[in-house]
Write a protein that binds this ligand. Structure first.
Ligand code: HEM
Length: 217
């Protein structure tokens, strides 16, 4: 049983399936993260967001949730590199054609580039709010000040633009890999994937835009 699982994950199809599952779970994280971040707009002192952040930070489940999240990102990235390498090495043109799901779109053509940019953004983002964070200060104020700066606007705009473009292809690719699309529904799935990328990209972009244009206070 364990051997079969190991063999399945070692195969190209198994890697792609696990990459699709981790990608879908990461989309779930992004939606939850966005919902929490929207509390930044609830009041001008950032009280609602700070209360939410302190509830999360005091939760006994946080270490396990963070470890799970880190594992999801790591597995997704390692498998993306492996699948990308296998695609490049595959000399069989037919295999290559099959491996890019559906019609080529700006999202599908730039998956590797946008994935790398999102990874770099994530490292900068964790440095901003997890590593380089003064103790005791209001997290809402720290976020507002960072996003209100020109470098914050630049880093967060580029990062979330890449994320949005990545997501325009992500859902359709994951559902196709997992065989969850049904004949006749491809158009709908393509549109849902496009919409997801645009809505999440614009919603995340609203934070640097609003705080840069409105100032941190
Ligand atoms: C652009 C708007 C965003 C804002 C304002 C924002 C804000 C924050 C803040 C304040 C934290 C620290 C939370 C805490 O310590 O309690 C955080 C953590 C995090 N953010 Fe974001 N974020 C944004 C976008 C993103 C995006 C696009 C991603 C994914 C690509 C992301 C991934 C993460 C991750 C993985 C963590 C660490 C979670 C943890 O360890 O608990 N964020 N974010």
């Amino acid at each position: 049983m364990l051997d079969r699982l190991r063999r399945a994950l070692g195969s190209s199809i198994g890697s792609k399936a696990l990459m699709a599952c981790t990608g879908l779970l990461l989309i779930g994280f992004l939606i939850a993260h966005l919902a929490g971040n929207l509390l930044l707009y609830a009041d001008s002192e950032g009280r609602a967001f700070d209360a939410y952040a302190s509830t999360l930070e005091n939760s006994p489940l946080l270490p396990a949730a963070e470890a799970g999240l880190a594992l999801l990102f790591c597995v997704h990235i390692v498998l993306a590199v492996r699948v990308q390498r296998a695609n490049r090495e595959a000399r069989d043109v037919a295999y290559r054609a099959r491996s890019s799901h559906g019609a080529r779109t700006p999202g599908s053509a730039t998956m590797v580039a946008t994935g790398v940019i999102v990874l770099l953004f994530l490292l900068a983002h964790l440095y901003d709010f997890r590593i380089n964070r003064p103790d005791g200060d209001s997290l809402a104020l720290i976020v507002r000040e960072r996003l209100a700066s020109p470098s914050g606007l630049a880093v967060y705009s580029i990062g979330v633009a890449a994320l949005g473009l990545h997501l325009t292809h992500a859902l359709r690719s994951a559902l196709q890999t997992l065989g969850l699309h049904r004949p006749g529904y491809e158009g709908l799935i393509d549109k849902a994937s496009l919409l997801l990328g645009i809505v999440l990209g614009l919603a995340f972009w609203s934070f640097p835009l609003v705080f840069f244009l409105g100032g941190a206070a």
